[in-house]
Design a protein around this ligand. Structure first.
Ligand SMILES: [Zn+2]
Length: 64
């Protein structure tokens, strides 16, 4: 167990925070579009695993 990174951190830059992406809709209203963005490297993702592990939830098959 040599993983020194926190449980939730960006796999690219190591930032430990992300924020919801806010985009302007057709009506000109600023609202969340369901995506998130790393506060440091601006990596955009929809599943936290993409940000944390760098893997797509589609490509990653978890055994349940
Ligand atoms: Zn990052």
């Amino acid at each position: 167990m040599n993983d020194e990174r926190p449980m939730n951190s960006c796999h690219r830059c190591g930032a430990t925070a992300y924020k919801p992406v806010v985009a302007r809709s057709d009506k000109g209203v600023m609202q969340r579009n369901g995506q998130y963005q790393c506060v440091k490297c601006n990596l955009t993702f929809t599943d936290i695993r993409e940000w944390r592990d760098g893997s797509s939830p589609i490509a990653t098959q978890e055994k349940t």
